[in-house]
Design a protein around this ligand. Structure first.
Ligand code: C2E
Ligand code: CA
Ligand code: CA
Ligand code: CA
Length: 279
């Protein structure tokens, strides 16, 4: 037992050392990723479920590190958030996404709007509204061309300031979507006090529809809630025809997911829009 225990401890500390090492490496390389042009954006379309019409694109950060290979945002964004690197990175995402939509408009493409994910640290920046206004102006976009995706936990963590920040964004005319809806806090009161335009139903509720009765009940309830508040409702992570059929039958406005399209590089998006493909 003594030996086993000791082995267990050795295995444990080696795993822990690896986790720490990986974190330190990500932090060290992420510092230079922006300057070295290692970051890029992939775009995933959102479509109307009834008509198949393209309504917009969500910008999703990609990091190809020469040292670490492809690192997923799920892994590096929390580290960027903790270190503050998310501030310049987030600025870059915002400006780049706006310039991409400008480029598509210049090609005469009906690209819809562009959605950008915001993190807590970015949301807390004093000059957020000014940064956004400047990014829109520099790209020659209207405020309605931009949608910001915020999570419920971001709003709840910043409850004192959220109303003020959202009011300023609303004044600018920017659309606000609640990302991963249903996974955060249970309080729904913010939905009537905050100027919100869209709910994105989290993928975890879509995954097992139409078979799972709890999930179908939740999805129908969120759709009804959105409808009664006059909000657009989007299903995330649609992977199967059966899910899409269910969402269509229950009047979900829009869908996003691998069935409709994976996130694509900008050239592939351009080709998709040129081909006028309707999913
Ligand atoms: P999210 O905002 O909830 O984005 C949706 C994620 O689900 C994306 O993962 C997307 O590729 C993935 N996805 C889309 N459709 C499907 C599907 O049908 N099935 C499955 N299994 N997955 C699907 P990704 O690109 O790895 O991004 C993960 C998360 O990283 C995002 O979740 C978001 O929270 C964060 N993120 C990505 N880009 C940014 C960014 O520019 N800024 C900030 N702050 N966060 C970002
Ligand atoms: Ca999102
Ligand atoms: Ca989401
Ligand atoms: Ca998510």
């Amino acid at each position: 037992a003594k030996v086993g225990g000791r082995n267990g401890l050795v295995v444990f500390s080696r795993d822990l050392a690896e986790v720490v090492e990986r974190r330190v490496a990500i932090e060290a390389h992420l510092k230079n990723a922006l300057d070295r042009n290692e970051l890029s954006l992939a775009y995933q379309p959102k479509r109307e479920i009834g008509s198949g019409r393209l309504t917009g694109w969500e910008a999703l950060l990609r990091w190809q590190s020469p040292k670490l290979g492809m690192v997923g945002p799920q892994e590096f964004i929390p580290i960027a958030e903790q270190t503050g690197l998310i501030v310049p990175i987030g600025q870059w995402v915002l400006r780049n996404a706006c310039l991409q939509l400008r480029a598509w408009k210049d090609l005469g493409l009906e690209a819809g709007n562009i959605a950008v994910n915001l993190s807590t640290r970015q949301f807390r920046q004093k000059d957020l509204a000014e940064q956004i206004a400047a990014a829109l102006e520099d790209a020659g976009l209207a405020p309605g061309d931009l949608e910001l995706e915020l999570t419920e936990s971001l709003l709840m963590d910043n409850l004192a300031s959220a109303a003020e920040v959202l009011a300023r964004l609303e004044q600018l005319g920017i659309r606000i979507a609640i990302d991963d809806f249903g996974t955060g806090y249970s309080s729904l009161s913010y939905l009537k006090t905050f100027p919100i335009h869209c709910l994105k139903i989290d993928r975890s509720f879509i995954q097992d529809i139409p078979a799972d009765e709890n999930d179908t009940a939740i999805v129908r309830t969120i759709i009804a809630l959105a409808r009664s508040l006059g909000l657009t409702v989007v299903a995330e992570g649609v992977e199967t025809e059966a899910q899409l059929d269910y969402l269509r039958a229950n009047q979900c406005d829009e869908g996003q997911g691998y069935l409709l399209s994976r996130p694509l590089d900008p050239d592939a998006c351009t080709r998709l829009m040129r081909a006028g493909v309707v999913a």
